[in-house]
Design a binder for this molecule. Structure first.
Ligand code: COA
Length: 196
């Protein structure tokens, strides 16, 4: 954190209008130019970027959370739930597009976004949050490790940057009990009964 007084807020958005739409595109473009981290290697044309965010908001399985610094959108985080057909993985969600524009970094926006993502995923009934990230994204790795994400795998050909493979690291975090308390109690009682 710097000594400058700043105000960080986060919110789930279902529509992006006016300045917010432009500010999110500006923030994403600045982050991409700085080294990206969420897929893009070079900023796309503005209409493509706008269409990307519009598309994000149209997909029912996606929830977009934006972070603001002093009222201006400075970053985002996206929760992607599995399709309804994937019942076996309904307990999971995936975190993507977690970035903060360079001008807004170091003020806790990424941290606020991550907390909001975890809370929203819990409210959706997800018990596991998953994410993957290039192993060159050191600040991101630091925050995920700090917030208790477990690293479970490394993919040596995860991304191609400037014609070279860059490895990716895979993480998960358990957000709560994997089974409901009443189920856990029933299992415990049944186990006690079988021991008697
Ligand atoms: C990672 C990123 C989101 C952090 O944004 P931020 O708003 O500056 O982060 P915060 O101020 O909330 O800091 C939260 C934590 O992130 C980590 N962090 C942030 N900047 C860091 C840096 N330069 N070096 C190491 N760790 C850093 C620290 O753990 C920090 O906690 P601390 O302040 O207690 O040490 C930002 O650097 C970014 O957008 N990077 C590129 C995109 C990316 O890699 N996204 C992840 C994959 S999708």
């Amino acid at each position: 954190m710097t000594g400058t007084a700043t105000h960080v807020t986060v919110e789930t958005v279902t529509a992006l209008r006016g300045a917010d739409r432009h500010d999110l595109c500006d923030a994403a473009e600045a982050a991409i130019r700085d080294g990206g981290g969420f897929g893009w290697l070079t900023p796309p044309l503005r209409n493509v970027m706008e269409a990307y965010w519009k598309g994000v908001l149209l997909v029912p399985e996606r929830s977009l959370i934006v972070g603001r610094l002093d009222g201006v959108i400075a970053g985002s985080a996206l929760i992607e739930a599995p399709p309804k057909s994937n019942e076996a993985r309904a307990h999971t969600a995936h975190l993507t597009s977690h970035f903060v524009a360079p001008w807004a970094r170091g003020h806790g926006v990424a941290r606020a976004l991550l907390v909001a993502v975890e809370n929203a995923a819990r409210q959706q009934g997800r018990h596991i949050l998953e994410l993957d990230v290039r192993e060159t994204q050191e600040a991101a790795l630091q925050i995920y490790r700090q917030y208790g994400y477990t690293e479970w795998g490394r993919h040596p050909f995860y991304a191609m940057v400037d014609g070279r493979p860059v490895a990716g690291l895979f993480f998960y975090k358990q957000l709560g009990d994997m089974i409901a308390p009443e189920t856990a109690k029933a299992v415990a009682e049944a186990t006690e009964g079988s021991d008697a």
